[in-house]
Design a protein around this ligand. Structure first.
Ligand code: ARG
Ligand code: ZN
Length: 858
């Protein structure tokens, strides 16, 4: 089997400080679409003048060097060495003290389809520099531990010219910005365009006045208000909860249509994918609103966790991302419902991170090698990175956490820090030894925790025996025991809680935990709040699960009991066994429980996805059969609908929210429950309710739900046509339109639907959102993507190869559709491997996609 072209691997152990300090960076841009000139004046100082070193700058192939001087003089030609990705100036040509390097380069933003560095989106100049985009703008030490204050001058005929920091000068055709806070190049940003702002102001806790702007294209102003509200809430929250104050005179947010990721925390100038800024009731769903609020918060929170304290090198990415995700999760929990947020986060973690951890792409929260860092902006670094912080907090307590964070900000403000620094702060603040805990950062894989109970009636004693085991992951065959906080509560036979929730610290391969003084055998509620990102295996039957679903006081554990009922029924059904009666009963009781929060009931009514069922089967050593899984889930859904038709219809009617749309948590919860009921009823009412709802709903949440139901019943054509008609010029709505079709199609049709859609003239595939909509929509249709004849694989592979030539980051990211390929049957495996092999063999494959594919077929 041939391997893709090899690219160099970077190792954490090779880290060396940069041999120069950078005192200041002055940039000057003359913007033109295909011929932008960038002048950089960089003031360097050798760290060790006694030991002269070459000055090595990063610089991509797209840079044309026009001139270079050192302290105003041109060095001899042989002193300057241009290689494909670097520019080296020989030590002999460099002064031993502070010197100014000035370069002038020419770049072509109009040719930049990778959307990394300076590019054009909808006529607007914008940038994306994390992780290593700045090297496509000018020659520079493009690494996060080289920090400098920036002074940026922009010349352009665009009316709005923005960069980081504070505005210091502005007249038609030019603007100058100064950012006093030393920062690495990845936080640089520039925007030039025909933009309008919605504006507000914020007074910080120490009384400083900050101008706030959300910049959008003319015509989009009426969809930017929610983003602004979210920003203000984020600023208030970070002051109140973390004591963190904003530190510039202005905070700008810009929405752009072509963006590889969600958003970017550039200092004082956050740039966002427009889907995470723009929202109106007619165009955005409740889920969109919640994500906008969460991502605005996330990027804002980076101002302290990421910008004021950044990462020493990209191996430390989780230092800023894990912590910032943890903070945005806390924020959303405070703004909305904490239990519902926790359950949603666990669902995401399992769907994305557990999936990643179980396959060929598994890696540590802090990886120790990579070829392409952009391939490591993953669920493991982000979401598991946040879980690790949640565990730390449980181990040291809320006070310890607060002390440690205060110390972190105190000690490391202005630093480029490491995970070692982070853990040391917790050790110093709390006195706890975290050397074993560190394995959560260095060891990949999801631990399996087995729990055994033994009840000693004579002594009223319950013993829990916990065992841990983490399966091997690529490059890490042995996994020593790590410390795992397992939150446990006990519930008496009468349904009453016995004692308080206890955190068991499992730090051995096997350990006993004893509970004494119990009158009767309790039911154990284990892994409350999902206290650790592990897979818990316990002996438990459907009656106990139903008991926990009825009585557990921990909302996560309660939801989990219902989830386990569903999963055990679905996995049994998928293996041809008779199952599900207990689930059908229990779910009816919960759905009808008027005291429970509608959002919680909605979460319980939503059955596990086909992907989740497949993951569960695979973890248990069974080969998942996508078609049988699909059949099992359809069957169980129909049974629930038939058994509770009356109740579900009642819920559907009761949960209609009258009056004007509001995206608040309470109204969204009702809609979520209503839609969950609709999804079940849709299996027995032929789609009639969905048809009415699509025609009458005044908000996108219900319209999209109705549309998806109609497609599932094979009667989506009219609704799809109506939507395309109404929203032809709204990209974000059309993205949903592209995504829902392959996603909701019958498995046997999904790949054909995707193929048809890809032929449309409005399949603007170079736009990352549009591409993700279509390929992601197909990948989300589990049985459709894994169609037995390989059509789903082939379609995806063809487009990944095409995309790789334009935008390697997007191609690499979407290639994760294949990350589970090896868990299926031999026929599917052969077809998936064949598709992957074709990608691997492609000429000139990017480092991004090349690395992903080689890991997947290794
Ligand atoms: N730091 C950004 C965030 O808030 C993500 C940017 C990642 N960009 C990239 N090209 N890898 O999470
Ligand atoms: Zn982030």
């Amino acid at each position: 089997m041939s391997q893709p072209q090899q690219h160099a691997t970077q190792y954490l152990s090779d880290y060396r400080p940069y041999p120069f300090t950078l005192n200041s960076t002055a940039l000057s841009f003359q913007l033109a679409p295909d011929n932008t000139q960038v002048t950089a004046r960089l003031s360097f100082q050798p760290r060790d003048p006694a030991n002269p070193r070459d000055l090595v700058l990063d610089g991509g192939k797209g840079l044309t060097l026009l001139s270079l001087t050192i302290d105003g003089a041109e060095p001899a030609a042989e002193m300057v060495l241009r290689q494909s990705e670097t520019l080296t100036i020989r030590a002999e040509a460099l002064p031993r003290t502070t010197f100014v390097l000035e370069t002038e380069v020419q770049i072509d933003p109009s040719a930049n389809t990778a959307f990394e560095g300076l590019y054009i989106s909808g006529g607007m100049f914008c940038t994306q520099c994390e992780a290593e985009g700045f090297r496509h703008i000018t020659f520079y030490p493009d690494r996060p531990d080289v920090m400098a204050p920036f002074d940026v001058t922009i010349q352009s005929d665009k009316p709005v010219l923005l960069s980081n920091g504070n505005p210091v000068e502005s007249r038609p055709g030019m603007a100058r910005w100064q950012d006093p806070w030393p920062k690495p190049a990845y936080l640089f940003a520039l925007v030039a365009g025909d933009l309008v702002a919605i504006s507000d102001r914020f007074t910080t806790m120490s009384g400083r006045d900050v101008a706030l702007n959300v910049w959008v294209r003319p015509g989009d102003e009426d969809r930017a208000g929610f983003a602004m509200e979210s920003l203000i809430k984020s600023m208030q929250w970070d002051e109140k909860v973390y004591g963190r104050e904003y530190d510039l005179e202005v905070f700008n947010i810009v929405a752009v249509d072509d963006f590889n990721m969600g958003a970017m925390e550039n200092k004082g100038l956050n740039i966002f994918n427009s889907k995470l800024v723009l929202a109106s009731p007619e165009t955005a769903t409740d889920g969109d609103y919640e994500r906008i609020e969460g991502v605005i918060a996330h990027e804002y929170f980076h101002n302290w966790t990421g910008n004021r304290i950044t990462c020493r090198d990209w191996f430390q990415l989780c230092l800023k991302e894990g912590l910032t995700v943890y903070r945005d999760q806390q924020f959303t929990a405070d703004m909305r419902s904490a239990p519902v947020k926790r359950i949603a986060d666990v669902q995401t973690l399992r769907a994305r991170q557990f999936r990643e951890d179980q396959g060929p792409l598994a890696h540590a929260v802090r990886p120790d090698h990579y070829q392409e860092i952009n391939n490591f902006y993953t669920a493991t670094v982000y979401e598991k990175g946040a879980e690790v912080i949640g565990m730390l907090r449980q181990l040291v307590g809320d006070d310890g956490y607060r002390k440690a964070l205060d110390l972190y900000f105190d000690r490391h403000d202005g630093d480029a820090a490491t995970i070692e620094d982070w853990l040391k702060v917790f050790e110093d603040a709390t006195g706890r030894d975290l050397s074993q805990f560190k394995r959560w950062y260095t060891d990949a894989g999801t631990p399996h925790v087995d729990m055994q109970e033994s009840w000693d009636a004579a002594n009223g004693r319950l013993t829990l025996t916990l065992r841990q085991h983490t399966p091997a992951t690529p490059g890490q065959p042995e996994k020593p025991a790590r410390v795992i906080p397992v939150a446990v509560g006990l519930i008496g036979p009468n349904g009453q809680e016995v004692g308080k929730t206890r955190i068991l610290e499992l730090d051995q391969p096997e350990q006993d935990f004893v509970f004494d003084g119990l009158g009767a055998q309790p039911v154990v509620s284990a892994l409350r709040v999902f206290s650790a990102p592990v897979m818990l295996n316990r002996q438990i039957d459907d009656d106990m699960r139903a008991f926990l679903l009825a009585h557990d006081t921990d909302p996560f554990a309660r939801w989990e009991a219902g989830r386990e009922l569903a999963l055990s029924a679905l996995t049994d059904l998928a293996m041809g066994k008779d199952a599900g009666a207990g689930y059908v009963d229990a779910i009816g009781q919960l759905a009808g429980d008027q005291r429970a929060d509608p959002a919680f009931r909605a979460l319980c009514l939503n059955m596990p996805s086909e992907e989740e069922i497949a993951t569960r089967l695979a973890a248990a050593g069974t080969t998942p059969d996508p078609d049988r899984i699909h059949g099992a889930r359809e069957d169980l859904g129909r049974r629930v609908a038939n058994a509770h038709a009356h109740l579900l219809a009642q819920i559907y009617d009761d949960m209609a929210v009258p009056g004007a749309y509001s995206p608040d948590a309470e109204a969204a919860a009702k809609r979520a429950l209503r839609i969950a009921a609709l999804g079940l009823l849709n299996r027995i009412d032929g789609g009639d309710r969905a048809e009415v709802l699509f025609g009458t709903a005044g908000n996108m949440t219900e319209r999209m739900a109705a549309l998806s139901c109609l497609i599932r019943r094979g009667r989506g054509q009219a609704a799809l046509a109506a939507m395309a008609d109404q929203f032809a010029s709204n990209r974000l709505v059309m993205d949903k339109w592209f995504a829902v079709q392959p996603m909701a199609a019958a498995p046997e049709d999904a790949a054909d639907v995707a193929t048809e859609l890809a032929r449309r003239s409005d399949f603007d595939w170079k736009n990352p959102n549009r591409f993700r909509a279509l390929l992601g929509g197909l990948a989300a249709n589990h049985a459709g993507f894994h169609r037995a004849d390989g059509k789903g694989y082939d379609f995806t592979a063809e487009w990944l190869m095409k995309m790789d030539r334009a935008n390697p980051q997007i191609a690499a990211r979407m290639s994760t559709a294949f990350e589970t390929w090896s868990r299926y049957d031999p026929e599917r495996r052969a077809k998936a491997l064949n598709a992957l092999q074709r990608i691997a063999d492609m000429d000139g494959i990017s480092r991004n996609l090349g690395e992903m594919v080689s890991r997947m077929i290794a």
